[in-house]
Design a protein around this ligand. Sequence first.
Ligand SMILES: Nc1ncnc2c1ncn2[C@@H]1O[C@H](COP(=O)(O)OP(=O)(O)O)[C@@H](O)[C@H]1O
Ligand SMILES: [Mg+2]
Length: 430
Amino acid sequence: MSNTEDTVSSNISEEDGKIDFNDRSETYYRLNRLNANLMERNYSLMMEKAELEKKYRELSGTLNEMKKKNSKLISELKHFRTPPHVVGEVIETLDGDRVIVKNGIGHYYVVKNLKDEQNLDDCELTVGKRVMMDYKNLNIVGVLPPSRDPIVSCAQVIERPVATYRDIGGLEEQIEEIRETVELPLTNPELYENVGIDPPKGILLVGPPGNGKTLLARAVANKTHAVFIQLVGAELVQKFIGEGGRLVRELFQLAREKAPCLVFIDEIDAIGARRLGMDTSGDREVQRTLMQLLAEMDGFKPLDDVSIIAATNRPDILDKALLRPGRFDRIIEIPPPSTQGVRQIFDIHTRKMRLDWRIRKNLDEIAKMCEGFSGAEIKNTCTEAGMFTVRAGGKKVTMAHFIQAVKKVQKKRDGEDRKVLDSEKSKIYL
Ligand SMILES: Nc1ncnc2c1ncn2[C@@H]1O[C@H](COP(=O)(O)OP(=O)(O)O)[C@@H](O)[C@H]1O
Ligand SMILES: [Mg+2]
């Protein structure tokens, strides 16, 4: 730049002085050169400009992106800064758009019913509704759905279990008994009404583990088209006082809502055990949960269309109160399968397996080897035989695989037996 200015200024100073007409051609030549220089300079500056413009466009694109990111982060930050809402329950509605609400820790407040201003659509604030309140001024800002989470977290609601009576081997008598006591009252209640008796409400399935107690309960629910609510007794044992009782209450409320339905409490000995001398506060809480269960079964409200099945493998330690008539008064024993039962269970579990044709003839023999196995162990044997086949790369299960599987399950079983004997618990399973 400065170079060009110098040339121009020197030229002008020359012109300012005397004009040399003789040297015209030289001036012309110099001006021409200057012009060429300037044009070249102009060209390079234009190129520079184009490049800068390109850069500018790029940077403004990045800037836009950054702005977007920034506003997103600001909104996120705002979200983090919003205070939590307090959950409350409407206790009473007062005149003049005011309501009394109770918060989680039992404090009562009179607050303004902000329904109109907040556009809480069609959710009218009636007594018992769960509401969301502002953290600072406790105004109602929203209506919540009724609480049912605690029970959902401890019980499993199955609309229609898949097991059927056909999947149970060797328990014909027990199936017959359970049909009489659970299925018929749910499907044909008039039979009992005609005779004028109340069918039994509760049934207790007892027997060693893995012999089909859970399976039987599921099969009944399938046959009766009843909703099946399954939970494990241990889930009712809660940390805080009163929680277990509340769970039982909510469980029965759910059962009444879903009726006809079948409540299945597995391993009921967790809450139904007799008191054994020591009496800690934990034991008392378990007792209270049991009392609530008994009260619900006796029923301040009738338990129409709700049957209760419980299962345990420790009937010896159950509280007598549970077994009183009107509660779990029907006790059905589910024994380990007989020789014939073992054969039937084998048939059930090999139904879908691809077997070598010779096995079908020899299933009796395999069944004989498995005498004393529980239903679950027989199922395990079939699975193991399949596993051996897969490992050997075969497509059909052969006799050798079955024998290997039986030996494996037997070995595991012997090991467990010894463990039980060692710890002198041989009387656990009646
Ligand atoms: N009598 C039976 N017939 C067919 N399968 C059975 C039988 N008993 C047990 N099983 C198999 O063992 C598994 C476990 O049985 P389960 O009913 O859960 O035993 P539990 O008596 O401990 O509740 C079942 O899913 C089923 O596959
Ligand atoms: Mg079970």
